[in-house]
Design a binder for this molecule. Structure first.
Ligand code: ZN
Length: 78
């Protein structure tokens, strides 16, 4: 059985823009995430507290966006 990749439709890596965030959780009261693509650690909401939807879409490259969409359709996220 292959483990499904954890895609987040509400979070993305600020470094590479990937939605593949297999390590997201709370640590010492802070929520931290690790990008599954570039292994970058970050705190969701700390650097981009209220990022507009348009900016977020521009930050995602087409290939990543399409892959995420397919993952959502396939139910491989969450
Ligand atoms: Zn990344």
């Amino acid at each position: 059985m292959a483990r499904p990749r954890i895609y987040r439709k509400d979070q993305q890596c600020p470094r590479c823009g990937s939605n593949w965030l297999p390590k997201c959780g709370r640590s010492r009261g802070k929520q931290t995430c690790r990008c599954g693509q570039c292994l970058y650690h970050f705190t969701p909401g700390a650097e981009h507290p209220h990022q507009p939807e348009g900016v977020r879409k521009l930050a995602v490259d087409p290939y990543t966006a399409r892959s995420s969409l397919e993952a959502i359709r396939g139910g491989c996220w969450g």
